[in-house]
Design a protein around this ligand. Structure first.
Ligand code: FAD
Ligand code: FO1
Length: 470
């Protein structure tokens, strides 16, 4: 594969959502999915337009304490990252202005008051973001551009429809990657200043006090922010990428990149990571397995959510999966777990309890175990609807990278056969791909995984122990 080195913003990365004449004020970039000062196509487009028009630029972030299912764990990561972005942007003579409250109210009022030249916003396929965007766009009197700064190949360019699986999206991406997988231009110090707005410095601690204390707490194994994200990437490139193809499916070793929280909050650009990997000294045989996950699987998730408005409902499952689930609704379930048992990690399955413990306390479950975790929820639920809803609730509440297209696609894959194919018919699962603990034992040392968890923690409130009752 060859990759381009040109530095311009490819017009195919953005689309004009609303055409009108420019207002008299600054160029506004509404930052939401891409919370970073570097490697951010939305920010570059805003700067490019502001330079053409000789205007100042303002970056706006709309902070709502009502973001569905989000906890202190998520807000802590988001706010600490944003504080860095504000500082970084200030060094580039760009103001980061924080609006607090419902974005559908605060942003239109702000835009009305400032009469922007134009607005640039981030593409995001999730329902809440589309709802915000559409409601705010309805008030817009100035041009509005939307930029996909998350996918390397912009979601709408990669495919005009929902793809069946990685095998149908992969060739489309491969064809377009030489055009889109480029390096980034640097952000310039902006030559035009704004005096009316100072972008009052915000303190994450004070804002965090507004978030309910009873929810999942912050974790300390990962440092929020762009700088730490880049350090994690450098460490991964140096030490772990080489062994990724072997180690990534072993929860007993630190084989994954751990970059997903940074991607979720936009503190690191997936394109930056793909670019660095493609330019590294490693052979394609070494880098391909990682690029497959980072590019094909990740962009397939955005494709799924973008073209499937009910991405978090059973109705999003393919026909064969809906039929097989219907055929097995009456199957006897030898064990049923309700949400409280699941949340407390109090099931009879010690490996599953370990997974739930890792998710709840650590805020990130190992990638291989996420599949086992979700499939067991299906096995122990009265219906696929209940399984899907409980899995999404737990994932979004506890996983630092939750509330993400990857999560909705991963859970729909595990419980609803999305992007998968029918397997052999069996009780409860029907033709949905089955996973059990014996399979895990063939892949990795289950007892060592549990032992490691025990050593790292006091394991309060859980029934986690070594040994197995299933
Ligand atoms: P690495 O293995 O280092 O991979 C690098 C990047 O590739 C990831 O950060 C991610 O962006 C992408 N990637 C890797 N695996 C997948 C995959 N299967 N699908 C899509 N993209 C992938 N991912 C989330 O980001 N948020 C979630 O809430 C989430 N929930 C999941 C729930 C279930 C039931 C399943 C089966 C998968 C889920 N995934 C989720 C996908 C995947 O497990 C994680 O992206 C991955 O484990 C993140 O860890 P990492 O960054 O260390 O991954
Ligand atoms: N995006 C915003 O624009 N404003 C918020 O207040 C906000 C809160 C939030 C909390 C948890 C979380 O997981 C995401 C949150 N997001 C918020 C969105 C986030 O930054 C990502 O853009 C999407 O979740 C990815 O699709």
């Amino acid at each position: 594969m060859t990759f381009s080195t040109h530095q311009d913003i490819d017009p195919a990365r953005y689309r004009l959502l609303w055409d009108a004449s420019e207002g008299s004020g600054p160029v506004i970039y509404w930052m939401s999915r891409e919370q970073r000062a570097r490697d951010n196509w939305g920010l570059f487009l805003a700067q490019q337009k502001a330079l053409e028009l000789k205007r100042p630029m303002v970056v706006v972030f709309c902070l709502t304490t009502e973001y569905p299912g989000a906890t202190r764990r998520h807000y802590g990561f988001l706010l600490r990252g944003l504080a860095q972005v504000q500082k970084d942007l200030a060094e580039h003579n760009i103001v980061l202005h924080l609006l607090q409250g419902d974005p559908e109210k605060t942003l239109p009022a702000f835009l009305e008051s400032i009469s922007p030249a134009l607005v640039v916003s981030d593409f995001d396929p999730l329902r809440i973001k589309l709802q915000w965007r559409n409601a705010i766009l309805a008030h817009s009197r100035t041009p509005w551009y939307e930029v996909d700064g998350h996918n390397i190949v912009p979601c709408w360019q990669a495919s005009p429809k929902r793809e069946y699986g990685a095998y149908t999206l992969r060739p489309k991406l491969k064809k377009l990657l030489p055009r889109f997988l480029t390096d980034f231009p640097p952000l310039a110090v902006h030559p035009y200043s704004i005096t009316e707005l100072t972008g009052k410095t915000f303190k994450p601690g004070i804002l965090l006090d507004q978030i309910q204390k009873s929810t999942a707490g912050e974790v300390n194994w990962i440092i929020p922010g762009e700088q730490a994200a880049r350090a994690m990437l450098a460490e991964f490139l140096e030490n772990r990428l080489e062994h990724y193809s072997i180690d990534r499916n072993n929860p007993c070793v630190n084989g994954q990149s751990d970059l997903s929280p940074y991607f979720h909050f936009g503190q690191l650009s997936p394109q930056r990571v793909a670019w660095e990997v493609s330019q590294s000294q490693y052979s394609p045989e070494t880098t391909e397995p990682f690029l497959e996950e980072l590019i094909v699987r990740r962009e397939l998730s955005d494709n799924f959510c973008f073209y499937t408005p009910d991405y978090d409902k059973v109705s999003a499952f393919p026909d064969w999966a809906l039929k097989t689930h219907d055929a097995h609704r009456q199957d006897t379930r030898p064990y049923l777990a309700d949400l409280a048992e699941l949340e407390k990690a109090a099931t009879p399955d010690h490996l599953w309890n370990g997974c739930q413990y890792q998710l709840r306390e650590h805020g990130k479950l190992h990638g291989y175990l996420r599949m086992y975790w979700a499939k067991k929820i299906l096995e122990w639920s009265q219906s696929p609807e209940e399984a899907l809803s409980n899995a999404i609730y737990l994932n979004d509440r506890y996983s630092l990278d939750g509330r993400d297209p990857n999560g909705y696609a991963g859970i729909a894959w595990s419980i609803g056969g999305v992007h998968d194919r029918p397997w052999f018919d069996r009780p409860i699962f029907g033709k949905i791909r089955y996973m059990n603990q014996n399979g895990c034992r063939r892949k990795f040392k289950v007892d060592l995984f549990l032992q490691n968890l025990l050593e790292k923690s006091m394991m309060q409130e859980t029934t986690l122990s070594i040994g197995d009752r299933q």
